[in-house]
Design a protein around this ligand. Structure first.
Ligand SMILES: NC(=O)c1ccc[n+]([C@@H]2O[C@H](COP(=O)([O-])OP(=O)(O)OC[C@H]3O[C@@H](n4cnc5c(N)ncnc54)[C@H](OP(=O)(O)O)[C@@H]3O)[C@@H](O)[C@H]2O)c1
Length: 302
């Protein structure tokens, strides 16, 4: 399955690499490639691009996959928003991932932090130091140049609201191909999805299973009832819903059996789609990164 983003295609089933430990990251990435995932979501902020790159290289060298069949996304972190820092941040990610080109490069959040090596620069009171000298549009222009230079196939945004997205779409020379935001039945983002669909932008849903946080989406009575009726797992119901309503999704597991489960999807009947839309009562955002630029869940270890 692939969703179109104007000039190219992105595999709808995406595997996220926000995994704290590099060895586990490499093992999970390899397991995901083996079950058939062809879309990998990375970030300089996750501090494990090297491990993802090692797993990709191992599978490429073994002839198990071809580079052109894998879609690799990575992201620019908040301390690198100044236009003059973008190219070197991009090249460093590309080198750690060990790829000649990146399929998609995203601005990880619309918040610029003080430029420098520190990913979370803080003042003496522990407050994040933001950078008011650079706008998101200036950063976007630098991403457009990366596309011109040929080592970046598509660009996009993450953790933006509709208003910010519209601002960039209206001013952009190269439009965002992908918008990566938290989305699941507890945060469906219908309005944002409608805008994306009108503009040929792929909405890529992260935390598609609710990040295993409370209240647990996979224990929701509506989801559980549908899963039991259809002989699927709750995760398979939620992920099939994501695909059928027109988004791409990211999910992450370090367990091979769950990685397989999350890839083996089949369509839901129409009434199940309606039941999820109308029957799920909880509404919650799990990750506050969209409000501050500070991630709700990020590996702290190196
Ligand atoms: N752009 C951003 O700011 C941003 C922010 C957050 C995440 N992301 C991306 O989105 C990806 C996915 O996010 P996420 O980690 O929140 O994903 P998620 O898939 O919603 O949650 C992952 C959690 O669910 C568990 N899980 C996975 N499959 C399961 C299954 N079939 N049944 C029961 N539990 C299951 C995992 O545990 P086990 O590992 O133990 O199976 C893990 O604890 C990340 O890796 C990252 O690439 C992006």
């Amino acid at each position: 399955m692939a969703a179109s983003h104007g000039s190219g295609e992105i595999p709808v089933l995406g595997f996220g690499t926000l995994i704290p430990d590099p060895l586990t990251t490499a093992q999970a990435t390899k397991a995901a490639l083996e079950v058939g995932f062809r879309h990998f979501d990375c970030a300089e902020r996750y501090r494990n691009e090297q491990a993802v790159g090692d797993a990709l290289q191992e599978m490429l060298k073994a002839g198990a996959i071809r580079r052109k069949d894998v879609f690799v996304t990575t992201k620019l972190w908040n301390n690198n928003h100044r236009p003059e820092r973008v190219k070197s941040a991009f090249d460093a990610s590309r080198q750690r991932l060990q790829v000649d080109y990146v399929d998609c490069y995203l601005v990880h959040t619309p918040f610029a932090f003080q430029p420098g090596d520190e990913q979370e620069p803080r003042d003496e009171r522990g407050q994040i130091i933001y950078d008011s000298e650079v706008t998101l549009l200036q950063t976007w222009r630098a991403l457009e140049s990366l596309v011109d230079e040929g080592q970046c196939r598509a660009i996009g945004l993450s953790n933006v609201n509709l208003e910010k997205l519209q601002e960039i779409v209206e001013a952009a020379r190269i439009k965002p191909a992908v918008v990566e935001v938290e989305s699941h039945p507890y945060l469906p983002e219908w309005e944002l999805l409608e805008y994306c669909q009108q503009h040929g932008i792929v909405l890529l849903a992260f935390a598609a299973l609710g990040h295993a946080m409370e209240p647990r989406l996979l224990d929701d009575p509506v989801i559980v009832a549908i899963a039991q009726r259809l002989g699927k797992t709750p995760a398979q119901v939620v992920l099939a819903w994501a695909v059928q309503r027109g988004t791409a999704f990211l999910t992450t597991s370090v367990k091979p059996s769950r990685i397989r489960e999350n890839f083996e999807l089949s369509p839901l009947p129409k009434d199940a789609m309606q039941e999820i839309r109308n029957g799920v009562a909880t509404n919650i955002r799990f990750n506050s990164v969209v409000e501050t630029g500070v991630p709700g869940f990020i590996p702290r270890s190196r």
